[in-house]
Design a protein around this ligand. Structure first.
Ligand code: PLP
Length: 391
């Protein structure tokens, strides 16, 4: 295994308690929660208790929790649902959304929707630009809470205030969806205070299992992506993955209950990294905002530019030195241009975007690892730039 893991925003290692909970649940519950026999009833009861636990942790109603396979699916349920509406209108997306949202631009447009992208200079959606993007036909707005590449945090209560004011003016409801995947455990998190109608979550971003997550959804009557047994209010049919849901809840509980301590540690480590590269701006330059407060950004995710060196090349060099960092968002490495588009959406120059590497860390990271990371990045960037000068 590569010794130094700095790709927690792509996925995080499952916590020991989460792994244990998975194994125990998989061993103890063999029934399908929809089955009528004793084993099925036991699984249904356990599932019911888990839904209450998820809701309790997030201080929302159990009715508002729909278990899914993760955030890509949760985002798709919300956006794809629009395709069933008889009168396509306008959909507003922030320009720095994850690809699982942004790729709906083309799909929605091909179905008659008008899709407006709101630019987010420096990684922040501007409330005035948002207000301008809204019109009388707007049906939905999607804004992510914590950016998965820059680590910036949106002022959701201000942005939802703009949208609710607009609703009052036009007397028309606008659904506000928030991709909150990178929030739990990375900023002080209070779902209720966001004022959104739906939000997506993914267990593997907070040390739970991969392929599991949930959609927080306040309103009824949404079209599912798939058809079948009517589970999850019919919005996400298919047999529920009970062991993964239990393991996710354990991880969510750990992330939220240890929040104070771990955020403080995160801030300390982030400041240490920033201090370590401060004198070497020509070699390693931070393009995320420097960490000042959790309202502005999470300390756990940031992007640096290593000037003139393509992201993939530098990522590979660091990998050879024992570090997992990312040349962008891992999920978009399989797609077309991925996080370059996101950085351009945040107003980052394309030359910088091509040399950007994302660093993300978590609960297991310590000061020694951060110092080593900064030193190695500077040393390797220096080597590369002197090699390039000689050519
Ligand atoms: N949204 C954001 C902001 C992400 O960072 C990711 C994964 O990187 C996703 C959505 C997709 O999540 P999942 O892996 O659960 O499908």
């Amino acid at each position: 295994m590569i010794p130094y893991y700095f790709d927690w925003a792509a996925t995080s290692p499952m916590s020991e308690r989460s792994i244990q909970a998975y194994v125990e649940t998989a061993r103890n519950y063999r029934g399908n929660p929809s089955a009528l026999h004793k084993d099925g009833v036991a699984a249904a009861k356990a599932l019911h208790a888990e839904r209450e636990r998820t809701a309790r942790l997030l201080k929302v109603s159990p009715k508002e929790i729909i278990y899914t396979s993760g955030a890509t699916e949760s985002n798709a349920i919300i956006l794809q649902s629009l395709l069933w509406r008889p009168n396509p209108g306008r959909v507003v997306l922030s320009a720095i959304e994850h690809d699982s949202v942004l790729q709906y631009r083309r799909i929605l447009e091909s179905h008659g929707y008008e899709v407006e992208l709101v630019r987010a200079p420096g990684g922040y959606v501007d409330p005035e630009s948002l207000a301008q993007a809204l019109n009388e036909t707007t049906q939905m707005v999607c804004i992510m809470l914590v950016n998965n590449v820059l680590g910036t945090v949106q002022d959701m209560s201000e942005l939802t205030r703009v949208i609710r004011n607009h609703e009052q003016r036009y007397g028309r409801r606008v659904h506000v969806h928030c991709d909150a995947v990178q929030a739990p455990g990375k900023i002080p998190f209070n779902l209720g205070s966001l004022g959104v109608d739906s939000a997506s979550f993914s267990a593997h971003k907070f040390q739970g299992p991969k392929g599991t997550g949930f959609l927080y959804l306040r309103s009824e009557s949404w079209e599912p992506l798939s058809r079948g047994g009517g589970q999850e209010r019919g919005i996400r049919p298919g047999t529920e993955h009970l062991a993964a849901i239990v393991a996710m809840n354990i991880a969510l509980e750990e992330a939220l209950l240890t929040e104070g301590e771990s955020l403080e540690q995160g801030a300390l480590l982030r400041r240490l990294f920033e201090k370590s590269i401060a004198e070497e701006g020509s070699l390693v330059k931070l393009i995320s905002p420097p960490f000042t407060s959790f309202h502005q950004c999470t300390p756990f995710i940031f992007t640096c530019v290593v000037p003139h060196i393509p992201s993939e090349v530098f990522t590979r060099i660091m990998y050879d030195k024992g570090f997992c960092i990312s040349s962008g968002s891992a999920c978009s490495n399989n797609a077309s241009k991925g996080s370059n588009d996101l950085l351009t959406g945040a107003g980052i120059a394309s030359t910088d975007a091509g040399s950007a590497v994302r660093i993300s860390f978590g609960a297991d990271t310590d000061e020694h690892q951060i110092r080593l990371l900064a030193e190695t990045m500077i040393r390797e960037a220096r080597k590369m730039s002197s090699l390039m000068r000689k050519r």
